[in-house]
Every structure is written in structure tokens, then in C-alpha cells.
Design a protein around this ligand. Sequence first.
Ligand SMILES: [Zn+2]
Length: 197
Amino acid sequence: MRRNLLTLLTALLLLTSIATAALWVRSHRVGELLMHDAFKSDALPYVLTSTWLYLDSGGVGFIRTRSVCSANSPAEAREWFELYFRDHPPGWTRNRHDPWGYPKVNSTAAPAFDHLGVVVSREPWPGMGGQNHPCFRAVVPFWLLVALPAVPALVAARRRWRSRTRLRAGRCVACGYDLRATPGRCPECGKGVLASR
Ligand SMILES: [Zn+2]
């Protein structure tokens, strides 16, 4: 039972890794952007909150911005937002495009975290009214997303393959000691060959 679960988990991890690798390859050909916009114009402050999730040029990015609109009344704020939403409706939208070269971080501010291609930053975002608004951005390279599920899956597969070949060769599954002369319990590490099967 436990063994079957492990096999299933290993297979799932490998599939996840392969699917992510396919998205990685695709990201160099097609940029994908999932965008959610919501606005609040009933009371001050009038705020547009945008969330972006994008797959582009070898990485996955997440952006969240909160633009405060400098309107003076709810009616004026609504006008602002209507202008903004002329190009696309509020709520979730998905669009595909030629890769834009994301997820390069276009920030003048130093990122808060920048290791192994993972970048987390707070940067100014050109938003409504020609002003810069604070933006949170996180970027993860595809190679890391492919490797994360692949490494434990490959380690488990290798371990399993090694146990099998050792069992078949009459060796201890734990340490590889030759048990043909002393079947049952391994004199080297004390582990029973049958117990580990
Ligand atoms: Zn042993």
C-alpha cells in the first residue's frame, strides 16, 4: 500500500515536471498573461487593484499593484476606471502574445530577494494618471519549477531501481553486501534482506 502510494507520488511528480518543462519550452514562443482587475469607486480612496500572472520567456511571474486614483468624487473615479477598462473588461482576462521578454524585472529599485533567478521586489509601476504606484513582483524561473518535482522523483526512482537490482543479485538492499552465503539477515548492517523487500 505504502509502496503503491510512493510509486503514484513519484509518477505524479515526474508528470508535473514534464508538464512544466513543456510550458517552459512554450513560454519562449507564446507569452501568456492572466490578469485580474478590480476597482473600488464607492468611497475614498478610489483604488484599482491589478493582479498579473504571466508565463513568459523562461519564467513565471506574479505582479500585484494597487493604484490609487486621484479623483475627487465617486463619479469622477468611475470615469477614470471606465477609461481604463475601455481596452479590457474588469475581472479575469487572459491574453496570449509574442513573448515580451518577461520576467525580466524592470526595476530601478534593488530587489528584496534575488537568488537562483528567483526575484522578489517592490518596484514602482507606471499606473493610472501617469503616476508610479507600488508594485509587488515575484519571478521564478521555469528550470527551478521543473527541477523541484523532478529531483525527489528521480531520487525515489533511483533508490527503487537499486533495491530491485540488489534483491535480484542476492545482496542486502540497504548496504549491498553479498547475502548469498548468509540469507536472511545482513551481517554487515544487520538489516534483513526480506524485511526490506
Ligand atoms: Zn546490509
